[in-house]
Design a protein around this ligand. Structure first.
Ligand code: CUA
Length: 317
């Protein structure tokens, strides 16, 4: 229990990017000042209550009104404190939102959907979903927009969050200081599956990132065994290809997530479930049972058909 509480507080101010560090430092400074003020005010109230408590209970106590010196003190001191923090806030905002107009093409384009994240790397012509890979220690420009309603990108350990608004792209810098993965989520209520619109940011060494992106650029191998071949056929006949993309096939739509390398992702359904054969089977058997409200229709496939489709998708490494 105590260990848990300590862990919570140590994580509260954990920052893994210069941007997150700016925000946390500012917050900590506010917290210290606010803490000082609350102690001061509470102290004064308690002191006054004890010290000036009426000894005899008869009649009204002496009434005092107006004290120019005190009034000046309690006007000027808060004004100075507020001005100081206004400047600190502007400074932090400037540090976090450095200009990007001369930067050129963004490194990453995020398009939020109900209820998953479409992710593009325009410079590499790569599209993925839900699990963003980035090279460590590199400041990257990210463009964030939405395909339907307002969503909000938030990965607290990496800094600010930003709204994904249909028709009005926003920009932010993203950077990670350590090689590890970072959890995030949609932070703007966007409908029934808002809670299952998780984000994973995977920061890798430059070498590993280059390897990963190169792999993502490749077309997955064609299915070999009979089950996977049947699955691939189902994929194009059962209208899966009307919503999804699999590179190297006719499927090239982005209504649903890109499935070109689905088997190499860690999770399914925007961080909802581990990417296992069992979960994929459950999902394709009855999507509404797994993620109610999701825009994936139930194709009422037989067990064999689901099995074939899963076999095919599991080969898309
Ligand atoms: Cu998307 Cu909440």
């Amino acid at each position: 229990m105590i260990k848990g509480i300590l862990h919570f507080f140590s994580q509260l101010f954990a920052s893994y990017s210069p941007q997150a560090n700016d925000i946390n430092t500012l917050f900590l400074r506010y917290l210290i000042l606010a803490g000082f003020i609350i102690v001061l005010v509470a102290g004064l109230v308690i002191t006054a209550a004890i010290r000036y408590k009426s000894k005899n209970r008869e009649g009204e106590p002496r009434q005092v009104s107006g004290n120019k010196r005190l009034e000046l003190v309690w006007t000027i001191l808060p004004l100075l404190a507020v001005s100081f923090f206004f400047i600190l806030t502007l400074q932090a905002m400037g540090d976090i939102n450095t200009p990007y107009t001369d930067y050129g093409q963004p490194d990453i384009v995020i398009i939020a959907h109900q209820w998953w994240w479409e992710m593009h790397y325009p410079k590499y012509h790569v599209t993925i979903a839900n699990e963003l890979h980035i090279p460590v220690n590199k400041k990257l420009l990210m463009k964030v927009e939405s395909a339907d309603v307002i969503h909000d990108w938030s990965v607290p350990e990496l800094g600010r969050k930003i709204d994904a608004i249909p028709g009005k792209p926003n920009y932010m810098w993203i950077q990670a200081d350590s090689i590890r993965s970072y959890e995030g989520s949609c932070n703007e209520y966007c409908g029934v599956e808002h809670a299952w619109m998780r984000i994973k940011v995977i920061a890798q060494s430059q070498t590993n990132f280059d390897k990963w992106i190169k792999h993502e650029q490749e077309v997955p191998p064609s299915p070999q065994d009979s089950a996977a071949l049947a699955g691939a056929k189902l994929f194009s006949t059962e209208t899966c290809s009307d919503c999804h993309t699999i590179a190297g096939t006719d499927a090239d739509k982005s209504i649903g997530p890109d499935l070109t390398h689905i088997a190499s992702r860690e999770t399914l359904l925007s961080g909802m479930l581990p990417n296992t054969r069992g979960n994929l089977t459950r999902w394709l058997t009855d999507p509404q049972k797994v993620k109610p409200g999701a825009h994936m229709p139930n194709f009422r496939m037989t067990k064999t058909q689901v099995n074939d489709l899963v076999t095919y998708l599991e080969e898309l490494k």
